[in-house]
Structure formats: structure tokens, C-alpha cells
Design a protein around this ligand. Structure first.
Ligand SMILES: [Zn+2]
Length: 435
């Protein structure tokens, strides 16, 4: 009943908004008769029910990511001629061929021409030969050393074997080069999950939106993930490229797109998986908008935390070793409880103010709130969340972020931001009663 589309019948379009006055009155009258008082005007959509029960993240299909195509060889010992990504080392060694029309290699990295960057990279960790793997949407530069890998799945082993025939499902030690491929496979999965939530096209780009007629945001070419085993090259990299106030996994947007530097060998396996999911989500989401505006920082961070936990049943940790939650102390062990405490004490931030806060200004509390809000919005209606992301990304630059969120929320969820915030608080507090 509440899903009935009123007015001019546009699903959530505010592009036109030229509803004749007489028609508005008629719609309003129909609305009163059918579903009670519903405000009708520009861009109105049927409001979604804001009541949510349970934790949507607990019901996720943990395997529900688009499987990327398998790499295949032209003959048993021939080169790989079909793979969802390209590896510079495999190409140099004649082990992989790039099909016609595919991206030969990233032209730019860290904002510079690749040819200029390569010698610098080779010097960064002299003991490790960098592995560079790319797709149309991302580049992984790996300075990883060989290590024990405790969580290799049989499916990952099969995929790796196309490049490295010596790998078996029981392999538990991989070379640095092989680990780079493993993270490429996992990044493809994360990308598939983001593609689903943001309803991206087959090239990983935004689909056109009816939200802001005629405006298409300029996207970055792609993002870059730099993976490190050793702390000193990691420190040298971040010192050289990032501003001192850049914290944790946020990275920075350089001339070639969003860049993150990620340490992989200083924490337990589970923490590292979370860290990679967090960092890669953040950069993959940031790719879609080059100019200011778009998704507010809290939504980017919220999405990164959401995907970080997506394949993990619990949000409790013994120790905060993943390092994804900036400002968290060892004492913070249960994220859900921390959010309940935040709401119960009335210290949750107002959504408008939150939307105007840049990433660097987000406190520990705002980050927790962002994670919970994204989970809630997705749980209420994933389709509308997708539309909300699209609407925000298609908002013209220069619109006040608070106003941008209000307009986009109204056009997708059919509610004022305050009502959504109240719905979220009710949901969070209801969760605490179950305990
Ligand atoms: Zn390779």
C-alpha cells in the first residue's frame, strides 16, 4: 500500500517536477482516500516503511558476489589469454597476453606517468620486486613478500593455479607475486559486491540517473591499492605522497585517482581481510566522483565498514587489530553495543551536520554511527539505497551537502532526514532490548 506511486508516476524522479497544480490536488485527494495524508509535491515518492527488525548484515548471503571469469590458457602450456585482470610480470614473462583493445597497462600511477614511477617503486623496497596487477577500474601494486597464507579457499587456489600451476588447494605458503594475485581475486569480489549495491554498469561506471537531468559526474580513471609487507617502505611511501594529517586507510586522491597504502603483515589473517575490504571499498567508491560533492564522507566510511564486516558474522573483536576504525581504543570490542550506547545517551550526531563533515573531521562516534546508518538504510530497502547513492553522485557540484542529502533522501526514501534518523534510532535501541 505504501509503495503506491502517486503524482506523475515517476518512480523517484524529481528531474521534471512540473506537475500541474490541478493534478497535485487530485493526487493529494487520492492519497488521502487511499493511504491517509501523504505530502505530494515535487519529487514525491511513496515513503518506505522505516521500521526495521533484526540486523540486516546477519542475513546476508555471504557468497552473493558476482564471480569473475576464470583465467584460461590458450593451450595447456600456452599463455593466459583470458583473465579478469592483467599482471605486468606475467605479461613480461610471456605467461599472459593482453587481448586486442584491452588496457595495456595503467598510464599513470600516484599522479605521475607510470614510466617515472617504476624506478622509484623498485627502490622503495629493494628486496622485493613489485607486482603490478590492473583492471579497468583499479591497480594493485604489491610489495609483498612470501608468507604463510592460512585462509586460501579451494576456489581461490583453482584460480591461482591458472597462473601458478604449482599451487594446490593445500598450499599454505605463497610467494609475494602469488599473494598479489590472491588479493587481485579478492578485490574483484569486493568490486562485484559494490557493483551490486551501487547498481554499476558492466564497465564499473555509474548508470545515468533521472535525479538530476543532464548532469553526469566526472569519474576518476580508477583507484590504486599499494600493498606492503614491510613497515619502512610503507612509511616512506605515505611520507612521500600523503599529507601528515592523512590517517589510517583513508589514503588520498592524487592526480591519477584515489590511492591507499595498506600494511598487510602486521596483524592476524581475519584483521587483514577486514582491512583490505575496508580500504578497497573506500577507494572503489571514491572513484565515481572527481569533483567535490557526491557521497558525503560518512556514507563512504559507512560503506567501507559495512563491506568490511559483510562476510564476518560478528562485530565483536578481542582486539582492535584491523585498524579500520580510526580513534578506537583496545577497549572498544563490540561495535553494535557502542552504537546503542551512543544513541541511548543522546550523543548521536544530527544527519545534516554529519553530511557537512569532511572525512578528516569524522570522530570515532561519527564513524560508528555512519556504519550503523548505512546498515540500516540498506536493511530498510536496498533498492532505495542504490537510488540514494546515485542521486547524491548526480547532484550538481556546489549544492550544500546538508541540502543535497535532504533532497536525495526525500526523492528516494520519501522521508525527511530527521524521520530517517528517528527510524534508525528506534531500530538501534530495539536491538538493545533483545539483550
Ligand atoms: Zn602475476
Amino acid at each position: 500500500m505504501t509503495r503506491t506511486t502517486l503524482g506523475d508516476g515517476q518512480p523517484y524522479g524529481v528531474a521534471g517536477g512540473e506537475v500541474p497544480r490541478a493534478m497535485k490536488i487530485t493526487s493529494a485527494m487520492i492519497a488521502l482516500v487511499l493511504v491517509g495524508p501523504v505530502a505530494v509535491g515535487q519529487g514525491d515518492v511513496a515513503p518506505v516503511s522505516l521500521a526495521l527488525r533484526g540486523d540486516p548484515a546477519q542475513d546476508l548471503d555471504l557468497g552473493a558476489t558476482h564471480i569473475a571469469p576464470m583465467p584460461t590458457r590458450s593451450t595447456a602450456n600456452g599463455p593466459i589469454d583470458s583473465a579478469p585482470y592483467y599482471c605486468m610480470r606475467a605479461i613480461e614473462d610471456g605467461d599472459q597476453v593482453i587481448p586486442e583493445g584491452a588496457l595495456k597497462r595503467p598510464r599513470r600511477m600516484i599522479g605521475e606517468a607510470t614510466d617515472k614511477v617504476m624506478p622509484w617503486l623498485a627502490r622503495l623496497d629493494p628486496k622485493i620486486r613489485p607486482s603490478i596487477i590492473w583492471t579497468r577500474n583499479w591497480t594493485i601494486v604489491s610489495l609483498l613478500k612470501g608468507a604463510r597464507v592460512a585462509d586460501l579457499t579451494p576456489e581461490e587456489a583453482v584460480r591461482l593455479r591458472a597462473f601458478f600451476p604449482e599451487i594446490t588447494p593445500r598450499s599454505n605458503k605463497l610467494t609475494g607475486h602469488q599473494r598479489a594475485h590472491l588479493w587481485a581475486i579478492r578485490t574483484l569480489r569486493i568490486q562485484g559486491a559494490i557493483k551490486e549495491v551501487m547498481d554499476l554498469d558492466d564497465n564499473g561506471g555509474l548508470k545515468p540517473s533521472s535525479f538530476s537531468a543532464g548532469y553526469r559526474p566526472l569519474a576518476h580513471k580508477g583507484c590504486e591499492l599499494f600493498l606492503f609487507s614491510n613497515p619502512s617502505p610503507h612509511a616512506a611511501f605515505t611520507r612521500h605522497l600523503f599529507q601528515p594529517q592523512t590517517r589510517g586507510l583513508s589514503g588520498e586522491t592524487l592526480g591519477s585517482g584515489p590511492v591507499a597504502a595498506i600494511m598487510l603483515d602486521d596483524a592476524p589473517t581475519g584483521s587483514i581481510r577486514r582491512r583490505m575490504r575496508h580500504a578497497s571499498t573506500l577507494q572503489l567508491v571514491r572513484v565515481h566522483r572527481r569533483l567535490e560533492g557526491g557521497l558525503p564522507a560518512w556514507m563512504q566510511i559507512g560503506l567501507a565498514h559495512y563491506f568490511e564486516w559483510r562476510q564476518t558474522k560478528t562485530t565483536r573483536t578481542k582486539k582492535n587489530t584491523a585498524g579500520t576504525l580510526i580513534g578506537a581504543t583496545e577497549g572498544l570490542r563490540d561495535w553494535d553495543q557502542a552504537v546503542r550506547d551512543l544513541v541511548a545517551s543522546g550523543r548521536a550526531g544530527e544527519l545534516g551536520a554529519l553530511s557537512a563533515t569532511p572525512e578528516r573531521g569524522l570522530t570515532l562516534q561519527s564513524r560508528l554511527q555512519a556504519w550503523s546508518l548505512v546498515k540500516y538504510l540498506l536493511g530498510v530497502d536496498q533498492g532505495r539505497f542504490t537510488q540514494l547513492c546515485s542521486a547524491l553522485l548526480h547532484t550538481r557540484p556546489g549544492v550544500n551537502p546538508q541540502q543535497a542529502l535532504r533532497t536525495a533522501m526525500k526523492a528516494t526514501y520519501g522521508h525527511e532526514t530527521d524521520a530517517v534518523a528517528d527510524g534508525w534510532k528506534t531500530w538501534v535501541l530495539r536491538g538493545s532490548k533483545k539483550k
